[in-house]
Write a protein that binds this ligand. Structure first.
Ligand SMILES: *Cc1c(COP(=O)(O)O)cnc(C)c1O
Length: 425
């Protein structure tokens, strides 16, 4: 029987054999020893499974990737050194210069820049769509060279809840996979693979690590997308790879083809592997993920309700708040809760927002989001600084928007801090 996610958080991935360390060991080694060159040669040809160089694979990293694959209910996963690398690799694994990508416009600022600036420079065509567009508008975005559709399950920082059904149907009608960044709700609160998503990405830097110790990312494959049914669109997976003596990934690796190619080709050549020590820290975070998400959501609910009832607040966005634009959709797709992030505006605009933030004592001003400590950020002057006002609006980031990441302290202490800071306005 499948275990509950709480159990998988604690136990999945590393299972020690008789006499082995109970806790995930850190394989702090770049290299692996073999008795013969023939044995090692087989590894280089992908003819045998095993470790030969940590840029490609490392046992500690693989155990943590296996845990994340189990949490998402996927067939395989790969860790990367950052969420940025995860999103880039997830797309680059199946698309190249001259190909077209459709992305929701309500996404993390870093991902928006990756697509809109860097990937355009590399020769990709990108079309951004409003995630709440009509089916017809979404349909009109597809081209013959479209290779995937991208979105965020809950967008950072605008807190748009993704319309999974609409995007999955459109992507599959056009024979391309749907890739969703599931960083904010985590697999504890959102199950993208049960909602039609084919590939999930994460910035593990956020709730998964949870303690703000390590930047990292992950890519997980559902194993469900039928690459061979659309072989002409995905030659990298369905045609022989010359850099491995002509193996064909889908033929040789079946429902692990996508992650095997990402590891053997993209990671081999671009090399954004996390350090095994960071993977160890990520695993410690994952052990308490379900417990922490419960408290993050319970606290955020109380804080959002407090803010919504306060006359100094101009608006509050939190998908768990009745009346929120995404309340019904969140109930449908994330019945256990959403995340601990709330965005809101203070009456008096940008200046009042700054004064409020500077007056907080418990909540710190940091770039980070989604760890155990309550923190705040003003996206328009920090993470989204490079964007024009029109781009900001397209991302759902208003100039007076404050992003509050509610931690796991006692809710009464968090609210008391907000109350005293509002008192200075
Ligand atoms: C932070 C974040 C990223 C980027 O991840 P890094 O680990 O900072 O590289 C991508 N997507 C989302 C939703 C994020 O919040």
């Amino acid at each position: 029987m499948d275990k509950h996610i709480d159990t998988l958080c604690v136990q999945a991935g590393y299972t020690p054999k008789n006499g082995e360390p109970r806790i995930l060991p850190i394989a702090q080694s770049t290299t692996y020893k073999y008795d013969s060159s023939v044995a090692m040669g087989q590894l280089f040809d992908l003819e045998a499974e095993g470790y030969f160089y940590t840029r490609l694979q490392n046992p500690t990293n693989d155990y943590v990737a296996a845990k994340i694959a189990a949490l998402e209910g996927g067939t395989a996963a790969m860790l990367t050194s950052s969420g940025q690398a995860a999103n880039f690799y997830a797309i680059f694994n199946i698309a190249s210069a001259g190909d077209h990508i459709i992305s929701s416009s309500a996404i993390y600022g870093g991902t928006f820049n990756l697509l809109n600036v860097t990937m355009r420079k590399m020769g990709f065509e990108i079309t951004f769509v409003d995630p709440d567009c009509t089916e017809e508008e979404l349909e009109a975005a597809f081209q013959d060279n479209t290779k995937c559709v991208f979105g965020e399950s809950i967008s950072n920082p605008s807190l748009n809840v993704f319309d999974f059904e609409k995007f999955a149907n459109a992507a599959h009608r056009h024979g391309v996979p749907l890739i969703v960044d599931n960083t904010f709700p985590t697999p504890v609160n959102c199950r993208p693979f049960e909602l039609g998503v084919d590939i999930v990405t994460h910035s593990t830097t956020k709730y998964m690590d949870g303690h703000a110790t390590s930047v990292g990312g992950a890519i997980v494959d559902s194993g469900k997308f039928d690459w061979d049914a659309h072989a002409d669109k995905f030659p990298g997976l369905t045609q022989p790879d010359d850099s491995y003596h002509g193996i064909t990934y889908t033929e040789k690796f079946g429902d692990k083809a996508y992650i095997t190619k990402a590891t053997a080709q993209v990671m081999r050549d671009l090399g954004s592997i996390p350090s095994p020590h960071n993977a160890f820290l990520l695993n410690l975070g994952l052990e308490t993920l379900s417990l922490r998400m419960e408290r993050h959501c319970a606290n955020a609910q109380k804080v959002a309700e407090y803010l919504a009832a306060n006359e100094k607040i101009s608006y509050v966005s939190y998908p768990g708040l009745p009346g929120d634009k995404y309340y019904e959709r969140a109930k449908k797709y994330m019945p256990k809760g959403t995340c601990g992030v709330i965005s809101f505006g203070v009456k008096g605009g940008r200046d009042a927002a700054t004064k409020f933030m500077d007056s907080l004592k418990l909540a710190a001003i940091v770039t980070h989001v989604a760890d155990v400590r309550t923190c705040v950020l003003h996206p328009a002057s920090t993470t989204h600084r490079q964007l024009t006002d029109q781009q900001l609006e397209e991302c759902g980031v208003f100039p007076d928007l404050i992003r509050l990441s509610v931690g796991i302290e006692h809710a009464e202490d968090i609210i008391a801090d907000i109350q005293q800071a509002l008192g200075t306005l």
